[in-house]
Structure formats: structure tokens, C-alpha cells
Write a protein that binds this ligand. Structure first.
Ligand code: URA
Ligand code: SF4
Length: 221
């Protein structure tokens, strides 16, 4: 099972968003409140890909509006990236969690390879519409979805790669329009939630901003 049968053959962003509300491509829709699709304009030059919605996002229906999102907004601004030209989405569109032992809290659970693969058709459809100039994978899950299972964020973060990478190409990620001259880039960095969890938050935050600056430079160049 995957999202493939729920993705409309031709649709604009609003059409994709609407169709995604009905997705039953994996079991994650069963316990989550709603599909969390994306935010940002179809004309965006920069695409940020996170892991999956968190608790707050699941309730609000918008990506990156909780604590990690607030930190990300700050880092994006500090790196000199323009939020108005940024499209933000997630590798997986439903919140995966396990209930805490007293049943009062929903604890984030990392999506597995099967769930990432099941949700990938949405991401592929988003790429086909958007044709971004720079793509940033936030954390290991997004990096796996975009760059393949052998990609290691810890080893390769902040390094600009041509987009689509060969692994991405093999997974149907392609630039919508290829005029042969424009070149797109991708890079991976840590997830903003990892900054919130880090022992040395300031250093982790500085690292995130510094990786995002690499993307800002690529967009300016
Ligand atoms: N973390 C993510 O990866 N995505 C969100 O939308 C929120 C938190
Ligand atoms: Fe569909 Fe993705 Fe939600 Fe699974 S996580 S039901 S594939 S939108």
C-alpha cells in the first residue's frame, strides 16, 4: 500500500492538498487527527523538507508551527533566507506517535522505511509542481526520503549537492522543467528538534544556521 493511488494525476497545489486529506496509503492516518500537508507558495525557490508533523502540527493542520517550527523560523531568518519564498513540507504527512504510559501524552515515534516510502508519492508530486532551486532535508528521515537510505546526515551535512542526486533521480524526483542551464542544489542538515534536544543547544543552533547559510549562498549565486 502507498499514497500512489490517492495522488491525483494532474492537480495544482490546492488539488494535491485536498486529495491528501483523504489519503489512506498507510496505517498512520488511523490515529492521527488529520493530514498535515505543506505551507508556502508554489513559486518558492527554496524547499524545506522535515520529517513528519508533531503533536501541535497534527492538531493545527499546518507544518512546523510547534516548538521546532519556531526555532526553524528563527534559524531561516538568521541565515538570510526569505520565508516568503520558502515552501515547507514533510517526508511523512501524518503524525506517528505512541501514547505515554498514563495515556495523557502522545510521544513522537520515528517513521520507518515503509511509511516513508508509502508517503513518498506526495513528495514526488510536490517536487513536480514546485521545481525548487534549493532543497534542504532537515534531519535523517527527510534525508533518507530524498537522498536514499545510505545517506548519513552526520557525515554529509552542509554539503551542497546537485539536485536531483542520483539516488533521488532513481526515486522519481525530477525537476519539472529542465532547460539545461539552470542548476538546482540540495543539502542536508540536522532537524530543528535535534537542536532542542542537544546538550549544547547554542552550538547545535549555530551549526543549523551555518548549514542554512550554505543554502542562502547558493540561492544568491
Ligand atoms: N517536525 C517536523 O519534521 N515537521 C513538522 O512539521 C514539525 C516538527
Ligand atoms: Fe497517506 Fe502519508 Fe498519511 Fe500514510 S502518512 S496515510 S501515506 S499521507
Amino acid at each position: 500500500m502507498s499514497a500512489a493511488e490517492f495522488v491525483p494525476g494532474s492537480a495544482d497545489l490546492e488539488g494535491l492538498r485536498k486529495a491528501a486529506r483523504e489519503c489512506r496509503g498507510c496505517h498512520l492516518h488511523e490515529n492521527a487527527t488529520q493530514t498535515v500537508f505543506s505551507k508556502g507558495p508554489v513559486s518558492a525557490r527554496l524547499m524545506l523538507v522535515g520529517e513528519q508533523p508533531g503533536d501541535v502540527e497534527d492538531q493545527r493542520g499546518e507544518p512546523f508551527v510547534g516548538p521546532a517550527g519556531k526555532l526553524l523560523d528563527r534559524a531561516v531568518a538568521e541565515a538570510g533566507l526569505d520565508p516568503a519564498h520558502t515552501y515547507t513540507t514533510n517526508a511523512v504527512k501524518h503524525f506517528k506517535f505512541t501514547p505515554s504510559s498514563n495515556g495523557k501524552r502522545r510521544i513522537h515515534a520515528t517513521p520507518d522505511t515503509h511509511e516513508i516510502g508509502a508517503c513518498r508519492p506526495w513528495l514526488v508530486a510536490e517536487f513536480a509542481l514546485l521545481d525548487p532551486e534549493v532543497v534542504i532535508a532537515l534531519g535523517a528521515t527527510a534525508a533518507k526520503a530524498l537522498f536514499g537510505p545510505s545517506f548519513r546526515v552526520t557525515k554529509s551535512r552542509g554539503v551542497l549537492m546537485p539536485w536531483p542526486t542520483s539516488a533521488a533521480h532513481a526515486q522519481d524526483f525530477d525537476r519539472g522543467e529542465d532547460d539545461g542551464s539552470a542548476s538546482a542544489f540540495a543539502l542536508a542538515t540536522i532537524h530543528p528538534s535535534a537542536v532542542l534536544r542537544a546538550d549544547d543547544r547554542d552550538a547545535a543552533y549555530a551549526g543549523l544556521v551555518s548549514d542554512l547559510r550554505v543554502a542562502a549562498k547558493a540561492l544568491a549565486g
